[in-house]
Ligand binder design. Sequence first.
Ligand code: ACO
Length: 437
Amino acid sequence: MSSAKTDIATPMANLKVNGKTVDMPVRSGTVGPDVIDVGRLYKETGCFNYDPGFTSTANCSSRITYIDGDAGMLLHRGYPIDQLAEQSNFLEVCYLLLHGELPNAAEYEEFMLGITRHTMLHEQMTRFYTGFRRDAHPMAVMCGVVGALSAFYHDSTDINDPEQRTIAARRLIAKMPTIAAMAYKYSVGQPFIYPRNDLDFSANFLQMCFAVPCGPYTVDPVISRALDRIFILHADHEQNASTSTVRLAGSSGANPFACIAAGIACLWGPAHGGANEAALNMLNEIGTVDRIPEYIKKAKDKTSGFRLMGFGHRVYKNYDPRAKVMQKTCHEVLDALGTRDEPLLQVAMELERIALEDDYFVEKKLYPNIDFYSGITLRAIGFPVEMFTVLFAVARTVGWVAQWKEMIEDPEQRIGRPRQLYIGAPVRNYVPFSNRG
Ligand code: ACO
């Protein structure tokens, strides 16, 4: 394939296939790689584009989030993630992702009230939880309960009504912490704690998880600020697997609650949102600094099937910018709780140091990702490992919703329907039982 500028306005890429040459427009974004629009490829050549894992495929245009994986940069609506994590708060970032600009004071106040008005769950939904076993993974509960929202909030499921889309977006952002905290409370056999709208987003979530009706609970501001930062770091991340799942589900016209439930299901996997749980389990398994070389060796051995969890990323081929903030947050939390000597932190820091100097990891550009330090931090705050992915889902809901809204409002949007390279049996006739060998 060659790229030729056939006219000044529209650069074209030419692909020669089966003796035919097809001209395909090359489109540029504001920053980042250009894309070759292959939309006419099949019509003109009879061939499909083959790209398992979408390593070279852009599925949409988007104005929300930008990652430069080589530079280790993540922007939300143009703002670097570290600036947002240091200077903003989660609800402001939600507004930014949904609306494209930072809010002024009046817009922020209106948005905050819009969220806090929706924090409670329909009371009947609380009975859903008793249908699950107490030992169910909270992500299983999340898939079920979030999917069920569409059975309770019919007045915000018309995707063609902008007003209903806004209400659904706010309901999802507001109710997700309540649903998640209830999943936790159910798993430990404690009564549900209702939301408190006088607290900020993260402080309210902490009290719903850790308060009990029989005594006072005071939110530690260092911990709630740390959690807020963790939520900001996870708020959106371009066209990752769960976001693409939400877009694909939404492309058929499914309602937003069903789409977000699909996103939660995808996030659950260990290669995606489940990685912080897997990273912490791995650090626990390593246990002591002297065992690190054994695990580094195992990670480099392809036959072992073992990978260093919390290392590597499809897009970042440099230090994940979120991991830097996460590492700092981890230290702050452990300092505040007086657990700086936590042995797992020592293992993590030494593992990171050794891996970053090891040829295998250097050559493959494998750096710690956000999940490497988030598990230690969340565990120190008091969350059991099963809740880690749930917290990720609470934070990512705004990203999913913003991307879903953008897709619905995009005039180019069509149902997502990938094609395939068929490698199965060609046409053959049915064989009756009596004739089979
Ligand atoms: N440990 C050891 N080797 C690794 C690791 C790792 N964590 N990650 C990648 N590699 C190696 C692969 O074996 C492969 O080697 P090869 O080229 O010799 O075959 C090479 O690096 C490229 O790896 P791929 O799996 O092809 O990279 P891909 O982009 O498909 O995968 C992924 C990215 C899934 C994140 C991978 O790095 C991984 O499994 N990491 C561990 C799980 C993890 O931490 N996931 C969190 C992702 S971040 C998030 O979801 C918030």
